[in-house]
Design a protein around this ligand. Structure first.
Ligand SMILES: Nc1ncnc2c1ncn2[C@@H]1O[C@H](COP(=O)(O)OP(=O)(O)O)[C@@H](O)[C@H]1O
Ligand SMILES: [Mg+2]
Length: 226
């Protein structure tokens, strides 16, 4: 049996306002093994982004444990969180967050440069990844000159440049039309498989579950195996 990259044990999340308590996640437990693709689907508002934010260390669970790449995510200091994000995670969101003053290739290089790679090393990695997502002919283009689907493919390449242990994707096709959604789906899954990466993807687009190794759905705060 291969090693678990991510383990959640009885993770619950409750938001409390002055008048009411809103329980979003109820005792969610699952694990993701190295090299697997896990997809969690569910309707809008069911708690998918809340779950990914807990795993990403952007929010803390009300109770339960989250371990990713040997980090206890709920118990990290600011320094620990920075290290965790840099050493373990790659992130893809619904919006691409590419920097408009940099070219496609430079956007992919940026996290590698921040992590301390030399310019030639970062460039070599970025060139290889931009080829993987089929956009080598667009490497010197700025984000404004790319289509929505192309920007998202660049965002996928950028998320992989530091060789993350765990890739987290939140509605990666959420802003795209049907054709571009399927194109991004194809490239995301093929590049993740090619590099043997571990992916946890949450989405309301149930088609994205077709090529998952494991498929769960979130309903009423509970995680159910599909
Ligand atoms: N900071 C917060 N305070 C109170 N409620 C929140 C907060 N963040 C999210 N929620 C609520 O949690 C629920 C789940 O939200 P979310 O995780 O964004 O759902 P999804 O990503 O599945 O669409 C929603 O009802 C939302 O209003
Ligand atoms: Mg969401």
């Amino acid at each position: 049996m291969s090693e678990a990259v991510l383990i959640l044990k009885d993770v619950s999340k409750t938001y409390a306002s002055s008048s009411e308590k809103l329980t979003i996640l109820r005792s969610v437990s699952f694990s993701v093994e190295a090299g697997k693709i896990v997809v969690i689907t569910g309707e809008s508002g069911c708690g998918k982004s809340t779950l990914l934010n807990l795993i990403g260390g952007l929010d803390t669970p009300t109770s339960g444990l989250i371990e990713a790449g040997r980090y206890q995510v709920g118990a990290l200091s600011e320094d620990g969180l920075t290290k965790y994000r840099r050493n373990v995670l790659g992130l893809v969101f619904q919006f691409h967050y590419l920097l408009r003053e940099f070219t496609a290739l430079e956007n992919i290089m940026l996290p590698a440069r921040i992590a301390g790679l030399s310019y030639p090393e970062a460039r070599e990695k970025a060139e290889s990844l931009i080829t993987d997502v089929g956009l080598e002919s667009r490497k010197n283009h700025y984000p404004t000159a790319l289509s929505g689907g192309e920007r998202q493919r660049i965002a996928v390449a950028r998320a992989l440049v530091n060789n993350p242990l765990l890739l987290l994707a939140d509605e990666p096709t959420g802003n795209l039309d049907e054709g571009n959604s399927r194109m991004v789906e194809e490239l995301l899954f093929s590049v993740v498989r090619k590099h043997g990466k571990t992916l946890l993807l949450v989405t309301h687009d149930s088609q994205l579950a077709r090529r998952a190794d494991q498929h769960y759905t979130l309903h009423g705060g509970e995680l159910l195996s599909v």
